[in-house]
Write a protein that binds this ligand. Structure first.
Ligand code: FAD
Length: 318
């Protein structure tokens, strides 16, 4: 089995959970080899080694400080040409997908995006994708070049496989395009203290049934009792009750947590497209005919204004 390159997703000095998921999947395909771009590789190596990466190729350069994808593509391409991996795994974030697409083009290789599972096959990695508003599941395989695969968060639970990671500093040359633009200002997002929506193990989402922005406090209280992220249907977002960044669905974010709680959400196909692959789905809806119940593993038919506070209290009590 060959090396499998994993692009490390890190922020503020911490390796993010999707990277640990990629390392877990990479071990099914071969030997995981991490690529860490930007500062902090030495500190990250301890975590990367914990999840099976014996080698961490590290590049730090001022070019990465501008948050551009091109320097990352330059670095990843040069490391990939040197390592000649069996596959390259990249997180399915907006940035990850852009990096993967540019990388595949440069390597003249096939690209698969938004995989929800990856396993070894006789002729290379076989991926599972959820397509057409999650109505269909497809399995795919790259037939040309080194497979470049982006994997959605929560595709797999990270499993440790401790080894000692050695950091291999790499020197790369940057293309002219890497410095073609400049970031002139940055506005950090206000932090809620809750997990990131696409990475959270538990998501509690509210819909039109919540009835107003002020009532989202109920959804947030339930989410906080579970350590969950808060999501919203498009109806709730369009009404201005919750930020656009938290919309779940076809035109919002895709989530696949261990537990998804849909509160006052009917279960329209466009909403299902973003949460259908959640491991366990719980719905609270006063209409027993609501389509969300076709999908739910557990359902409560009732008024959310009674059910949600009781549920929150009960969870806090335990
Ligand atoms: P409704 O469908 O109005 O459902 C509200 C539910 O709340 C009902 O089932 C009702 O019984 C229940 N309810 C009401 N009061 C209570 C109460 N007191 N207690 C308990 N239950 C109560 N939608 C998305 O969510 N995400 C997307 O990304 C998205 N993309 C779209 C893209 C396109 C191109 C289109 C055309 C539509 C898209 N939509 C999307 C919209 C989608 O079709 C639905 O309109 C939307 O999901 C409905 O949101 P909802 O379930 O919150 O509202």
């Amino acid at each position: 089995m060959g090396d499998v390159l994993v692009l490390v997703d890190h922020a503020e000095g911490s390796v993010r959970k999707p990277t640990l998921e990629l390392l877990t999947l990479a071990r099914r395909l071969g030997q995981p080899v991490a690529v860490h771009l930007g500062p902090g590789a030495e500190a990250a190596a301890a975590v990367l080694g914990e999840y099976g990466a014996a080698t961490v190729h590290a590049v730090d350069a001022p070019e990465f400080e501008q948050y551009h994808v091109v320097p990352k593509v330059d670095a990843l391409e040069q490391i990939a040409r040197q390592v000649e991996p069996a596959a390259i795994l990249v997180p399915s974030s907006a940035e990850g997908k852009e990096i993967a697409a540019r990388l595949a083009l440069r390597l003249e290789a096939g690209l698969i995006t938004d995989a929800v599972d990856v396993r070894a096959g006789d002729e290379g990695p076989v991926t599972t994708q959820s397509v057409f508003a999650a109505e269909w599941t497809t399995t795919s395989r790259v037939t040309k070049g080194t497979p470049v695969i982006t994997v959605k968060p929560n595709a797999v639970a990270p499993e440790p496989a401790p080894t000692t990671a050695s950091v291999v500093p790499a020197t790369v040359s940057f293309s002219a395009a890497a410095t073609g633009t400049k970031v002139t200002s940055r506005t950090p997002r206000a932090t809620t203290g809750r997990p990131e929506l696409t990475e959270a193990a538990i998501v509690v989402s509210g819909g039109r049934g919540v009835g107003g922005a002020e009532n989202f406090a109920l959804i947030e209280a339930l989410a906080d009792s579970l350590g969950a992220a808060v999501g919203a249907s498009r109806a709730a977002v369009d009404a201005g009750w919750y930020p656009n960044s938290q919309q779940v669905g076809q035109t919002g974010k895709s989530v696949a947590p261990q537990l998804y709680v849909a509160v006052g959400i009917s279960g329209a196909i466009q909403h299902r497209a973003g949460m259908q692959t959640s491991k366990t789905i719980v719905a609270v809806n006063k209409d027993e005919e609501a389509p969300i119940f076709e999908l739910a593993d557990f359902g409560v038919v009732g008024d959310l204004f009674q059910v949600v506070p009781q549920l929150t209290e009960e969870i806090k009590r335990r």
